[in-house]
Design a protein around this ligand. Structure first.
Ligand code: SF4
Length: 459
């Protein structure tokens, strides 16, 4: 196999924002954490360890020039880009292209759902990647013509049917190259952790979410189990199952969890979990295999208002999930979305009080954001709350700007979001509960660190 010089680059961000760039979405860290860039981790499975270099300008606090200096004779460059930092990311792409015009450049990011973002990068790239499984190694290196370029395939979004479950195969990912000390996932119980996928993309279709626009792919249980065995041999104790909604496909997930129990892998782990996936038997298996925390979308006190965005929770699944999680002692982080069209101050305050009343272990309050490809962007453009060309640089933390809704200005929504964070976390009863759940000194350290950053960032 020919040896290559491959660079994975997470570029710098404006004002050194703690940005997390993935294929299907991007986030501004709500605290100071940045988590392991798991899409690059998947891409590492195409290459040998000696072939690739990973430069994370945010984790390593590097400026554009410092990143470019580190790149030597690249054959391939993979660059993460993001809508909320678009101008800086585009300018970085141009610099890289100017310096290395011979390199094959691949880009990925949430922005590429929009045609005009694709047009802007077109002169500088070999291909836009829609997911980390789309191309083969031969296509990356140019040995074989690229068969599908995701968005560009015969004018369709992807060569796959978006919501059909598609099986993908993945060679071993190079986990050992992705253990930077600043990578943290706020729910972990051990500082050193790594990420594993069973499924990529999401089977659900919430229209305010970009992930809904990506194909739903999954791996076979045997492949994931082999990966877990390798991770265990590395001495890693903590896993983040980076699925958008853990539990899909159920047969594969059950095989994985049962093997984790039989082989006494003893990982502690966390994952996103959609209430519709809930069953007592699955949650019991998750607990027995080491799951300590799930993150689940509750979004609003008024579940009915979510239906128009395609979010439908079956029957009593949400309350059953919350009750049973408490019973089997799995911590729950509830995700909430504030400032949706039609929400008043009273509605948002009710959602905040609801979050407190649910007695959750954590809550993540997100601002309704006109993300690329989302119905919120489409509707805001239609209603004139957003103008074409001014629709970038939004994120659910409200770092740059916040979109107004029918009743509240962007500033009011941002203030309500900050109020939600302090109202939820600054309660003596809450702190006591958190302290009683501490499992080790390492766990205590992680929790204090995350709390401090959360408070500082939301002042
Ligand atoms: S379930 Fe979550 S990840 Fe999936 S489409 Fe809905 S909001 Fe997005």
């Amino acid at each position: 196999m020919e040896s290559l010089s491959v660079y994975f680059i997470n570029p710098p961000s404006y004002e050194n924002r703690r940005l997390i760039r993935n294929f299907d979405c991007a986030t501004e860290s709500k605290g100071y954490y940045i988590y392991q860039p798991y899409d690059f981790l998947v891409l590492s499975s195409y290459f040998e360890k000696k072939e690739f270099n990973f430069i994370d300008a945010i984790a390593q606090n590097l400026k554009s020039e410092e990143v470019i200096k580190k790149v030597k004779k690249p054959d391939l460059i993979f660059l993460a880009m993001v809508d909320t930092n678009w101008q800086e990311d585009l300018s970085f792409l141009k610099k890289i292209y100017k310096k290395f015009p011979e390199a094959r450049i691949f880009v990925f990011g949430d922005s590429f759902i929009e045609e005009y973002s694709r047009q802007e990068v077109n002169p500088y790239i070999t291909a836009i990647l829609i997911n980390p499984f789309e191309l083969t190694r031969d296509e990356f290196i140019g040995k074989k013509e690229i068969q599908s370029m995701g968005f560009y395939h015969e004018g369709a979004y992807t060569k796959h049917d978006l919501k059909k479950k598609n099986k993908v195969k993945m060679a071993p990912a190079q986990h050992e190259s992705f253990f930077h000390p600043s990578y943290r996932w706020p729910f972990t119980r051990h500082k050193k952790y790594t990420s594993v996928f069973v499924s990529w993309g999401c089977p659900y279709s919430c229209s305010y979410c970009v992930v809904a626009k990506f194909p739903n792919l999954h791996r076979e249980a045997s492949e994931v189990i082999d990966e877990l065995r390798r991770i265990k041999k590395m001495g890693v104790k903590e896993i983040y199952f980076a699925d958008r909604s853990f539990g899909v496909p159920l047969t594969e997930v059950k095989k994985i969890l049962e093997t984790m129990i039989i082989e006494k892998m003893n990982f502690s782990w966390s994952a996103y979990f959609h209430p519709n996936q809930f069953s007592k038997s699955l949650l019991e298996l998750m607990k027995k295999s080491g799951c300590h925390t799930i993150i689940t979308g509750i979004e609003s006190k008024n579940q009915n208002e979510l239906k128009k965005y395609g979010r439908n929770i079956q029957g009593q699944k949400l309350s059953e999930l919350l009750d049973f999680s408490k019973k089997v002692k799995i911590d729950v982080c509830g995700d909430f979305i504030l400032g949706l069209p039609g929400q008043t101050k009273k509605d948002i305050l009710e959602t905040i009080h609801y979050a407190i009343k649910l007695d959750l272990d954590y809550a993540s309050f997100n601002i309704a954001t006109p993300l690329p490809g989302s119905s919120l962007r489409r509707d805001a453009l239609r209603d004139g709350r957003l103008r074409a060309g001014e629709d970038k640089n939004y994120d659910s933390f409200g770092y740059n700007k916040v979109l107004s809704n029918d009743f509240l200005t962007g500033d009011e929504i941002k203030r309500l979001r900050n109020y939600a964070v302090s109202r939820f976390y600054m309660r003596p009863k809450y702190w006591l509960k958190r302290l009683l759940k501490i499992r080790s000194f390492e766990h205590l350290f992680i929790q204090i660190q995350e709390m401090l950053y959360l408070v500082i960032k939301n002042r």
